[in-house]
Design a protein around this ligand. Sequence first.
Ligand code: DSN
Length: 427
Amino acid sequence: MTQAPRDPSLAQADPQVAALIRGEDRRQRESLRLIASENYVSRAVLEASASAFTNKYAEGYPGRRYYEGMDFIDPLESLAIERAKSLFRAEHANVQPYSGSPANLAVLLALCKPGATTMGLSLPAGGHLTHGWKVSATGIYYQSVQYGVRRDDHRIDLDQVRDLAKEHRPALIWCGHSAYPRTLDFAAFAEIAAEVGAHLVADIAHVAGLVVGGAHPSPVPHCAAVSTTTHKTLRGPRGGLILCRKEHAAAIDKAVFPGLQGGPHNHTTAAKAVAFAEAATPEFSAHAHQVVHNAKALAEQLIARGYSLVTGGTDNHLLLIDLTAQGISGRRAAIALNRGGIELNGNAIPFDPRKPFDPSGVRLGVASLTSRGMKTEHMEQVAAFIDRGIAEAAAKGGEPDEAFCTALRGEIREFLAPFPAPGLGEA
Ligand code: DSN
């Protein structure tokens, strides 16, 4: 009788989970991935994420831990910190935040007293939940004042930011977004923050990869602290990062641990270190600029097909389409497109008359497609796929025919075949 292996592979030990992973790999290879906050990490990043570092506790910081056995963890975390500091030209880096939301909570814990007044871009105007939106801890435990965008051009209204700052005297002002397609004027925000004695904090989760690649201005010289996720345009593992001025280093570190988190996820730290090294290369810088070129090309193609884009275009990796004229809601469009192999998400547009769960717009980004090697000339076909999907969905009351979806998925699979997905390789 053959004995079962003592430490079987995943496929042997848990065929059910193994099959789900294979399915997800395939889905990611074969669909047009346009969710603006997603990307493909390299095989090196994936390998580091799956390392034995996952087995280890390491509460504390390099040289000051509550556990033994730090022979490799301390050098690893120090390496990740040094790489992050050098990449972003920051005075201090904390690489332990589990993701963007905990990073933002840690920043608040470090820089504000409980209940302090903060200001951030409102969610419907393109801001993030953790910038003080009312259902978030950042809006429940802090007095949050929200600024918006102008009604006419949907751009951030810095006059309103200044007026609100003078009226409410916030301790902290957030700049950053999860659905705003334009460059942020960090220097102007810094001026306003200085006028009212507030800390300026930039959350660059969406554009971090563009920032380090030189395709978007850096907030680091202007801000007390900068938070980011590491998995969007930065193309690292799912995780968070806080950069700050030296004067705030001790407070930030104390807020992350023991203020908010326990042991750092060392396997993620390893993958962050790998991603930071990748992002420091000339190839990554070229990639970051290509992301912006591709987004602008896709914007032009969509406008040429009659779509209305919030702010009329983009300066970064993302686009927001207002689907009011197409007669379909963002949610229905996103669900229908997903059936045809196109992944994006329904998203509120500024001053949206519809509810957040079923908004008027869709948000899309081109980081993933650019990571697969697409260039501006490929955006015409991408726009054509989106347009066909939306037209069919709108014509069929949000329920495109199954035959249409199957055909579209097949065409997309063929279109994507020459562009191998990093980390996943060929089918
Ligand atoms: N959920 C992320 C996004 O899609 O932008 C932000 O946290």
